[in-house]
Design a protein around this ligand. Structure first.
Ligand SMILES: [Zn+2]
Length: 254
């Protein structure tokens, strides 16, 4: 299984439009972060988690030719605003399955109402097959079981997903013990870490490190990173030896 980090930035991305912050002005490519998303593939299977405003650019940059499905963590725009750009995949492969919580599917149906019109639908607009994800109801993509992990982003429910010994959790702030129990014996855990300072709805760096110490994966990668975290190279030096700041285009094989 190959995991490609399509984007590792928080909601505004890095650089931020018009910002003179030193991290936004950095010439290190690892300090340039599109909105958070990952691409997972094995054998003939290929899916992405979330579809933010940089989806088109991410698909072109990664030379991704096939997406079988999109799994959503939650409905915030940095995770959903790129939905109109699934059309090239529709034209090649037909309807795109969207796996998400019912609340998220309802939100997408409201915001992208033209996609779900049953009459007078504009020809060539996206084509989506909504599939409801329920916690404690794993589902299959290809031959692999996907286990939803329930967590909270402030007061908002979000889903993370476990596939074999890999798990991806973003935009979490609190998570119950019974959900943490689903994260045993991981080779790789990806989890969000916004910045050093406290945030009400995202893990800070310390929150993420505490969580990693609890879950004990072999390796952990941090994502959904703000410019306020600092320069990639400097932050990486301060992390425990099995914890890495993810960066755009990073590809790991499990
Ligand atoms: Zn987000």
């Amino acid at each position: 299984m190959i995991v490609n980090f399509l984007g590792t930035g928080t909601s505004q991305g890095i650089p931020i439009i018009g910002s003179d912050h030193p991290v936004c002005l950095s010439s290190d490519s690892k300090d340039k972060r599109l909105r958070v998303s990952i691409w997972i593939r094995w054998d003939d299977n290929s899916f992405v988690i979330d579809c933010g405003p940089d989806f088109r650019q991410q698909m072109l940059r990664a030379n991704c030719k096939k997406v079988d499905a999109i799994l959503f963590t939650h409905e915030h725009s940095d995770h959903t605003a790129g939905i109109d750009d699934i059309r090239p995949f529709n034209f090649k492969m037909g309807e795109m399955p969207f796996y998400a919580h019912k609340r998220v599917l309802d939100n997408i149906k409201m915001r992208f109402d033209y996609i779900f019109k049953t009459e007078d639908k504009y020809p060539g607009s996206p084509s989506v097959l909504p599939i409801e994800v329920n916690n404690d109801a794993p589902f299959m993509i290809g031959d692999k079981k996907i286990i939803p992990i329930d967590a909270l982003h402030g007061n908002l429910q979000v889903f993370g997903y476990r596939i074999d010994d890999f798990a991806y959790l973003t935009d979490i702030k609190t998570i119950e013990k019974k959900e943490i129990a689903k994260l045993q014996d991981l080779k790789v855990l990806v989890v969000n870490a916004l910045r050093e300072e406290y945030h009400f709805s995202h893990f800070s760096l310390q929150d993420a490190l505490d969580f990693i110490a609890l879950v004990k994966p072999e390796k952990a990668y941090l994502t959904h990173i703000s410019h306020l975290m600092g320069f990639h190279e400097e932050v990486q030096k301060k992390l425990p030896e099995n914890v890495f700041l993810a960066y755009d285009n990073l590809e790991i094989t499990l």
